[in-house]
Design a protein around this ligand. Structure first.
Ligand code: 6PG
Length: 474
């Protein structure tokens, strides 16, 4: 086949074809490969008149149809399928070709693949794509990482198809090696945390304060018009007004309370512990999904420890304002923890990730997009090397305003036996981060007491050990 296509896609399920159609809408000739020929036909049928879109079921045909340097992406499930695609494509790939993995691959797998293909002078990119199926068609947020020089060939195409925030494309080079998949992993960790804390606010409003779904819809829809404006608040409002098609109930009420997960949240926690860096709110979100799975035991325990609690009194308007502040505070802590992790990871793993670019890319198109990120962007513009956004004066002023509310809401949650694991962890992180002196001096003393692990002193340098003993006379 004559090399006439600008971009190729391996795997043209819904995500793959939507992304490819998005590329073709911007004037690029595209070709998609799938072992199922009907997918190729469906792709061609969905193309807009005047665009060049081809579907094939022969991988060699797809690759040889691409202009050089050949640019192609695979959108297949993470794990073995990615290695299988690479092995199948390898005989047809040449020096200088660029292959992107657009799935949610584990970054260590990506790093291995980058190195293996680098030996063959093939550029392998790990690219996080966020925004779901619709985002892929209309404008996703994209987080590519890999060889910096090769990125220049991808840049025009990716910038054309990306979501835009004030005309700025939500895509940027995230760094070398597996930086793209690393940033997407952390994006998902933040996603887990935000979802968990929204669910806790729902729990308090629903079970403790007795709001029904139509009322919850109104509350979240109103929040979405203010400082909490974000994709997750927006879809939450929509969920509360969606009816079940099989019963006359609201759909949310018939959905089983056991959360699934595909691993990216867990990886974020695992990697944070390896760095090490503290992201307790993301850890807690993962733990709560895990606990949700133990439905049978929870049901038994619920009966055994049936609460004997008096109904908590609250003023409606005050409660809603406090909850709005609480969510703002909590979202900020989730972003702060994720971004702090990225800053540390970039240093330890030499990813060369530029945090201001990460924030820019997350402002539109992705699941964690929110109005708040624009404030973070302003903070980074003023101080690009800021190690933690909480140290910015403007952010500090906003956070201080919200602090009282979250303390009140947590007390209300505790008094009502509504678990607030995510929300409480966000406040605990903040309180610890703001403590010049933490109680870890005592932990050091204990470690030295039972294990001679030594400690440092505040008044002189060096490493010390004390022969501690238990006073038998006390
Ligand atoms: C996105 C999402 C997406 C992710 C899902 C599922 O940015 O579009 O992060 O990539 O796969 O959210 O994640 P879990 O199944 O682990 O909840």
């Amino acid at each position: 086949m004559e090399a006439q296509y600008d971009f190729g896609m391996i795997g043209i399920g819904v995500m793959g074809s939507n992304l490819l159609l998005n590329i073709s809408d911007h004037g690029y000739a595209v070709i998609g490969f799938d072992i199922k020929p009907e997918r190729g036909r469906a792709l061609e049928a969905a193309a807009k008149p005047g665009t060049t879109v081809k579907g094939v079921s022969d991988l060699k045909e797809m690759i040889s149809g691409l202009k050089k340097p050949r640019k192609m992406m695979m959108l297949v499930p993470a794990g073995k399928p990615v290695d299988d695609v690479i092995a199948n494509a390898l005989p047809y790939l040449e020096e200088g070709d660029i292959l992107i993995d657009g799935g949610n691959s584990y970054f260590k797998d990506t790093l291995r693949r980058v190195n293996e293909l680098q030996n063959k002078s093939i550029h392998f990119f790990g690219m996080g794509i966020s925004g779901g199926e619709l985002g892929a068609r209309l404008g996703p947020s994209m987080m590519p990482g890999g060889d910096k020089d090769a990125y220049q060939y991808l840049k025009p195409i990716l910038e054309a198809i990306a979501a835009k925030f004030d005309n700025t494309p939500c895509v940027a080079y995230m760094g070398n090696g597996a930086a793209g998949h690393y940033v997407k992993m952390v994006h998902n960790g933040i996603e887990y945390a935000m979802m968990q804390m929204i669910s806790e606010v729902y729990d308090l409003l629903h079970r403790a304060a007795g709001y029904n779904n139509p009322a919850l819809h109104k509350i979240f829809a109103k929040w979405n018009e203010g400082e909490l404006q974000s994709y997750l608040i927006e879809i939450t409002a929509e969920i509360f007004k969606t009816k079940d098609s099989e019963t006359d109930k609201f759909l949310v009420d018939v959905i089983l309370d056991q959360a699934g997960s595909k691993g990216t949240g867990k990886w974020t926690s695992q990697e944070a512990m390896d760095l090490p860096v503290a992201i307790p709110t993301i850890d807690m979100a993962v733990a709560m999904r895990d606990l949700s799975v133990y439905k049978k035991e929870r049901t038994e325990a619920g009966k055994l420890y049936a609460p004997d609690i008096e109904k908590v009194e609250y003023k409606e308007e005050e409660l809603l304002l406090q909850l709005q502040d609480t969510l703002y505070f909590c979202f900020a802590m989730a972003y702060v923890q994720g971004l702090t992790m990225l800053s540390k990871a970039s240093e330890v793993l030499n990813l060369q990730t530029h945090l201001p670019d990460v924030v820019k890319v997350w402002r539109a198109g992705c699941i964690i997009r929110s109005a708040m990120l624009q404030q973070f962007n302003t903070a980074f513009e003023a101080a690009p090397d800021l190690s933690n956004l909480l140290l910015d004066d403007t952010i500090a002023a906003i956070i201080k305003q919200k602090e009282k509310s979250i303390r009140k809401i947590i007390s209300l949650g505790i008094a009502s036996k509504i678990p607030m694991a995510g929300i409480s962890s966000a406040l605990a992180y903040f309180d610890a981060y703001c403590s010049e002196r933490m109680p870890t001096n005592l932990i050091q003393a204990q470690r030295d007491f039972f294990g001679a692990h030594t400690y440092q002193r505040i008044d002189k340098t060096g490493v010390f050990h004390t022969e501690w003993h238990v006073d038998e006379n006390i």
